[in-house]
Design a protein around this ligand. Structure first.
Ligand code: GUN
Length: 291
C-alpha cells in the first residue's frame, strides 16, 4: 500500500511555480497576481484564504485579500467584481464561499470574467470543462488528477466510482475522468445519497473517490482489494486526545481500509493540500493568458 502524500506533491508544485515566476521576474516581465475576495469573518473561510495567501508567498505570486463586511450588498460585491474583471494588474481572483444568505452566490459567480475565474466555478468554465475545451478546472478535481498522474496510477479503461455529486467535486471529477485523455478514459459511476446498497457499486471500483463528508462511510467490506482511494471528506470530529479537542476525519474508515488498497490518501494531508496547489497552477495559467 502506498500512502499518497498530498503535502509533498503540493510543495513540489509550489517550488516548480516559484522557479517559473522567478524566471519571469528576472526577465523583467510582470509576475502573477491573485486576489481573494473575503466577505465577513467566517472562521473556516478565514483559514482557507490565509492558506491561499501563504501558498502565493511560497510561489512568488502576488496575493491580495480584498475584505468586505457581512453587510456588503450584492450590488456592491458585483461592482467590486467588475472592477477586478477590468483591472489589468489582476490575473485571477476568487470569491471565497459561502457568502452571507442575503447574497445570491450564482449571480456573484456569473459576474466574474471566466478568463479570471481561477476557481473554475463560472458556468463558462464548467461547460468548457465538460466538453474538453481549455478552461479553469475546479481545484479539488484538478488536484486528484495531478495525484493520479504523479503517482503513475493507471486510469485507462478502469472503473472509477465517485461517491458524491457536488458541483465542486463529484460532478467535475466524474466528467474529467470519463474524458478521452490522460489521466482519464475511465468507466465512471456516480453514486450519491439516493443510491441504495452503496457497497454494491464501491466494491467494483478500481479507483474510488469519496466526497460526501460522512466520517467512516466507506468500510473495509465496501472496497475491492487493490483499489486506489481518494478521500475528499473533511469532517471535524470531537477528539479529547487532540490539543484542540477535535480532529479531521475523512469519508473512509482509514485504519481498516488502508491495508487493502494499492494507494490511499490520508485525511488530513492527502487531497486537501492539492486544492491550493491547483489554485496556484490556475493563477499561473491566467497570468500566461492560456484561456
Ligand atoms: N469554499 C470552500 N471551498 C472553496 C473553494 O475552493 N473556493 C472558494 N471560492 N470558496 C470555497
Amino acid at each position: 500500500m502506498t500512502l499518497i502524500d498530498g503535502r509533498d506533491i503540493s510543495q513540489q508544485i509550489f517550488a516548480e511555480i516559484a522557479t517559473q515566476v522567478k524566471a519571469m521576474a528576472q526577465a523583467g516581465k510582470t509576475t502573477p497576481h491573485l486576489v481573494a475576495v473575503l466577505v465577513g469573518h467566517d472562521g473556516a473561510s478565514e483559514t482557507y484564504v490565509a492558506a491561499k495567501m501563504r501558498a502565493c508567498e511560497r510561489c512568488g505570486i502576488r496575493g491580495t485579500t480584498l475584505r468586505f463586511e457581512d453587510s456588503v450588498t450584492e450590488d456592491q460585491l458585483v461592482g467590486a467584481i467588475q472592477s477586478l474583471n477590468n483591472d489589468p494588474d489582476v490575473d485571477g481572483f476568487i470569491v471565497q464561499l459561502p457568502l452571507p444568505a442575503h447574497i445570491n452566490e450564482q449571480r456573484v459567480i456569473q459576474a466574474i470574467d471566466f478568463r479570471k475565474d481561477v476557481d473554475g466555478f463560472h458556468p463558462m468554465n464548467v461547460g468548457r470543462m465538460a466538453i474538453g475545451l481549455p478552461c479553469f478546472v475546479t481545484a479539488t478535481p484538478q488536484g486528484i488528477l495531478t495525484l493520479l498522474d504523479r503517482y503513475n496510477i493507471a486510469t485507462d479503461g478502469r472503473h472509477c466510482v465517485v461517491v458524491g455529486r457536488s458541483n465542486i467535486v463529484g460532478k467535475p471529477v466524474a466528467a474529467l475522468l470519463m474524458q478521452k485523455s490522460q489521466p482519464g478514459n475511465c468507466t465512471v459511476t456516480v453514486c450519491h445519497s439516493a443510491t441504495p446498497d452503496l457497497g454494491r457499486f464501491t466494491r467494483t471500483a478500481d479507483i474510488l473517490i469519496t466526497a460526501v463528508g460522512q466520517p467512516r462511510l466507506i468500510t473495509a467490506d465496501m472496497v475491492k482489494p487493490g483499489a486506489a482511494i481518494f478521500d475528499v471528506g473533511i469532517t471535524r470530529q470531537p477528539d479529547p486526545t487532540s490539543p484542540g479537542g477535535w480532529k479531521l476525519c475523512g469519508d473512509v474508515d482509514f485504519d481498516n481500509v488502508a491495508p487493502l488498497c494499492s494507494f490511499i490518501t490520508p485525511v488530513p494531508g492527502g487531497v486537501g493540500p492539492m486544492s491550493v496547489a491547483s489554485l496556484m497552477q490556475n493563477t499561473l495559467k491566467a497570468h500566461n493568458k492560456q484561456l
